[in-house]
Design a protein around this ligand. Structure first.
Ligand code: 13P
Ligand code: SF4
Length: 318
C-alpha cells in the first residue's frame, strides 16, 4: 500500500475507534501498520489481561483466532471482534478435542496442561492453561507424583520437562510451523555473523531441542541465551546492556524491538520465520471490521466457563 494511502487509513481508524469507543489490541507479530493503530501491543496472555482491564466494551483483537477467544473467555461481558475470522494457528490446529479426550482416557488421573495456543474447546478440557512465560512454574506447582499430559507444543514440552526434571510428563507431538522452521543451522549462521550478540529464543522453536542442555545453563556456544515469551523478549532486550541480538521467533517482533531500542541491533535467526496467519490482519480489514462492527468472536457459555477455570488456575500460580 502507498504510504499516503496507509496514513489516511490509519487516521480514519484512529478516528473511528474513538467515535465507536473501541479498543484495539495487537499481538507483537502483527505488521507494523497494524501495531501503529493499536492502543496496546503485547503477547497473547498480556493482551487478554489487558482486554479484561480496559473500560471499552468492544475489543478489536488484531491477532489470531485463539487469542481473540481467550480474550472473550476472560471478559465474557465484552464484545470481541477480529479483523479476519480465518486467522488460525498451526499449533492450535495440531490437536482436536476428540484426540485430547482419547489421550486423557489412556491416562486416567493425569493432569492436563495446555498451552494458551489452543482452541476454547480444548481449554475447556484442561486442568491448567499455561503460556511460554509461565509453563515451567505451572508444571512445578503440580505434585511430583501426578502424571502430566502436556500439549500441544513438543518443543515447549521438552524444555519444561528438562527445566523441571519431570519424568512423568507425556508430551503431545504438535508444533508451530513457523518456529519449527527455525533450525539450529539458521541459528549458528546468524550467531557466527554477530560475534558479541546475545541470543533470545521463543520456546516453540525446534532449535531449542539440541541446545537444551546449554540453554538450561543460560549459555549457548559461550553466548548469553534466554528462552522467553514474545513480551518477555521485549522486556529483556530493553533492559540488557548488550548492543547486538539474534532473535529466534516470528520476525514481526523486530519492529517494536527496533522502535524501542534505536541504538541496538537486532537480526532474525531466520528471515523466513513469518506467520501467514498473523499477517492476514491488514489495515483494510481492521478498518472494515470497525466500520461494520463485524467478525464477532463468541465462545458458548458452558465451554467458556470451563476454559476460564484452567486459565484462572494458571493466573493464580504466575
Ligand atoms: P506469545 O504468547 O509469546 O505471544 O506467543 C504466541 C505465539 O503464537 C507464539 O507463536
Ligand atoms: Fe500459531 Fe505459530 Fe503463528 Fe504463533 S507463529 S500464531 S504459534 S502458527
Amino acid at each position: 500500500m502507498l504510504i499516503q494511502q496507509s496514513s489516511k487509513l490509519k487516521e480514519d481508524i484512529m478516528n473511528l475507534k474513538k467515535e465507536k469507543d473501541v479498543v484495539i489490541l495487537a499481538h507483537n507479530y502483527q505488521i507494523p501498520d497494524v501495531q501503529d493503530v493499536a492502543d496496546f501491543t503485547g503477547d497473547s496472555l498480556g493482551l487478554s489481561r489487558q482486554a479484561a482491564k480496559v473500560d471499552q466494551k468492544t475489543i478489536l483483537f488484531c491477532g489470531v483466532h485463539f487469542m481473540a477467544e481467550t480474550a472473550a473467555i476472560i471478559s465474557p461481558e465484552k464484545r470481541v471482534l477480529i479483523p479476519d475470522l480465518d486467522a488460525g494457528c498451526s499449533l492450535s490446529d495440531s490437536i482436536t478435542v476428540d484426540e485430547l479426550r482419547n489421550w486423557k482416557k489412556q491416562h486416567p488421573g493425569a493432569i492436563a496442561v495446555g498451552y494458551v495456543n489452543t482452541t476454547a474447546e480444548i481449554k475447556s478440557e484442561l486442568d491448567y492453561c499455561c503460556t511460554s512465560s509461565n509453563a515451567v512454574n505451572v508444571v512445578k506447582a503440580i505434585p511430583k507424583d501426578k502424571e502430566i499430559l502436556f500439549l500441544p507444543d513438543m518443543f515447549l514440552g521438552s524444555y519444561v520437562a528438562k527445566m523441571t526434571g519431570r519424568k512423568n510428563m507425556h508430551i503431545w507431538a504438535g508444533e508451530c510451523h513457523v518456529h519449527a522452521g527455525i533450525t539450529p543451522q539458521d541459528v549458528t549462521k546468524k550467531l557466527d555473523s554477530m560475534h558479541d550478540a546475545e541470543f533470545v529464543i521463543h520456546p516453540e522453536c525446534s532449535c531449542t531441542t539440541p541446545m537444551i542442555y546449554d540453554v538450561a545453563n543460560g549459555t549457548y556456544n559461550d553466548r548469553k541465551v534466554s528462552i522467553l515469551s514474545t513480551e518477555g523478549m521485549l522486556n529483556h532486550v530493553n533492559r540488557s546492556k548488550a548492543k547486538n541480538f539474534v532473535v529466534a521467533t516470528e520476525t514481526g517482533i523486530l519492529y517494536k524491538m527496533r522502535q524501542q531500542n534505536p541504538d541496538k541491533n537486532f537480526i532474525p535467526a531466520s528471515e523466513k520465520a513469518e506467520c501467514q496467519y498473523m499477517k492476514m490482519i491488514t489495515l483494510e480489514k481492521v478498518f472494515d471490521a470497525l466500520v461494520h462492527e463485524k467478525n464477532i468472536v463468541t465462545v458458548p457459555k458452558e465451554i467458556a466457563d470451563k476454559a476460564r477455570l484452567a486459565i484462572n488456575r494458571m493466573l493464580a500460580i504466575s
